[in-house]
Design a protein around this ligand. Structure first.
Ligand code: SF4
Length: 193
């Protein structure tokens, strides 16, 4: 998150988190960063910026994130529904899920990172690691409950744990796992199978 940008523009950094949560759907963060940079360059990285930008221009700016037509529409809907951004502190998960373009992972990312509320985010990396290390598979909600039941209910821990899982998936537990040298090899069930 670019705190300097928001200080300079008088915008709320939580809006960047919500915008990033939509842009990251079905793409890597590297592509999202390019789209965020484009919005920043134009001074449009805010709900106001999203809502006031003509749809076609918005599509062009976020094109690097892929699915840019769909995402531009979703951004406008979400920016409208979650304005003012302080709504992230109180909106219910159910109401978030009713907004077009917000699925479970996006909703929980918004609640945890923008709303600082204790919802654990399950992403593809998390599912992969849980399956390999513990041999556990389950629906999104089952895995979310599993983490929330087993971790202290602390948003700092939720954020850190999620970040560490993603880092581990990138460094060792890749699509083709690099088990040799992996710090979890002793507890992981995959190399034993
Ligand atoms: S030992 Fe292999 S499968 Fe298990 S967590 Fe490490 S990299 Fe992934």
């Amino acid at each position: 998150m670019d705190e300097d940008y928001h200080r300079k523009h008088g915008t709320d950094p939580r809006e960047e988190i919500v915008i990033g949560a939509i842009l990251t759907q079905n793409t890597s963060w590297k592509n999202v960063e390019k789209a965020l940079e484009n919005l920043k360059r134009e001074g449009l990285l805010s709900f106001k910026g999203i809502l006031e930008t003509p749809l076609e221009k918005l599509q062009e700016l976020i094109r690097p994130s892929g699915y840019y037509r769909q995402k531009a529409r979703r951004l406008k809907i979400v920016a409208k529904e979650l304005s003012p951004v302080s709504k992230v502190e109180s909106v219910s998960r159910e109401d978030l899920l009713r907004i077009e373009g917000i699925g479970r992972e996006t909703a929980d990312a918004i609640l945890l990172y923008a709303g600082s509320r204790p919802y654990f985010v399950i992403d593809a990396y998390t599912k992969r690691i849980v399956k390999r290390v513990f041999g556990i598979e389950g629906s999104y909600e089952e895995l979310r409950s599993w983490f929330e039941d087993n971790l202290p209910k602390d948003i700092k821990i939720y954020k850190e744990f999620h970040a560490l899982l993603d880092e581990h998936a990138k460094r060792f537990c890749r699509k083709e796992p690099m088990c040799e040298g992996c710090p979890l090899i002793r507890v992981c069930t995959l190399p034993l199978r």
